[in-house]
Design a protein around this ligand. Structure first.
Ligand code: DC
Length: 234
């Protein structure tokens, strides 16, 4: 079966990474969470106190970009992918509210995007990869064999996010979470560099009323079509 590139983009908190991980597991593909790469750079900047009053120190930014490598590996116990910053596992640290509060600003910087996109393209050179993010089908892999654009109604995404937060012991109201989901959409869709857009050739997946199993059934049928060898007729 031929190996392909699967690019998954879409709104925040609509289950992209759960879906992408499941596809990668089922296909034996590499899974790359491109958002984790932007989060890791944000963490590196915060550790160097490079973000003060919403301003990013450009000298420190240059040093961080010159010296930081983000990589991924499968955790031997959990079998889940984890993110490494210069070899250190930072999977939990990049998911803190502090990183979440600054990552949109960092991800909007053209020099950060340029470097991340280059690293992401290198990871996809051998194909057999599932990558999720905001610009994967439009900027990173414009020739991906399968592009999926995911979305779900904002209130449903907020409810899912709230459940995740409650499981971690964080308290917020549904209205607060909904406001932050809507605000993240606004930032992602309106930023100057690589805004979130559905690629013309992306298939739309609105999972507002779908289980993960139903989404898997749907996507595996499409993958079977896209990976089938093309027969030369008669
Ligand atoms: O998917 P996430 O919440 O982990 O993404 C973190 C941030 O990075 C979010 O502000 C969107 C941004 N991002 C991006 O600009 N491009 C990507 N390919 C992936 C994420």
């Amino acid at each position: 079966m031929k190996k392909i590139v699967i690019a998954i983009d879409g709104h925040a908190s609509c289950g992209k990474s759960t879906f992408a991980k499941r596809i990668a597991q089922q296909m034996g593909y590499l899974y790359v969470d491109s958002g984790a790469m932007y989060r890791a750079i944000t963490l590196a900047l915060l550790r160097r106190n490079a973000i003060v009053d919403g301003q990013i120190d450009t000298n420190i930014l240059t040093q961080v970009l010159d010296n930081c490598t983000v990589s991924f590996r499968l955790n031997a116990d959990t079998h889940l992918p984890e993110t490494l910053l210069n070899g250190e596992v930072v999977e939990h640290e990049i998911r803190t509210p502090q990183v979440a509060a600054h990552v949109s600003q960092v991800a909007a910087l053209p020099e950060v995007r340029q470097l991340m996109v280059r690293q992401q393209q290198l990871l996809g050179e051998q194909k057999g990869i599932v990558m999720d993010g905001r610009d994967i089908g439009t900027a990173v892999f414009p020739n991906a064999e399968l592009k999926i654009f995911m979305t779900a109604e904002p209130r449903i995404r907020a409810q899912r996010r709230l459940l995740e937060m409650q499981a971690k012991g964080e308290t917020m109201s549904l209205e607060q979470v909904l406001a932050s989901v809507v605000e993240r959409d606004r930032i992602d869709e309106n930023r100057e560099h690589s805004p979130l857009r559905r690629a013309n050739d992306a298939v739309l997946l609105d999972n507002s009323n779908l289980t993960v199993e139903q989404q898997m059934e749907w996507v595996m049928r499409i993958i079977a079509e896209r990976t089938a060898p093309k027969h030369n007729c008669c």
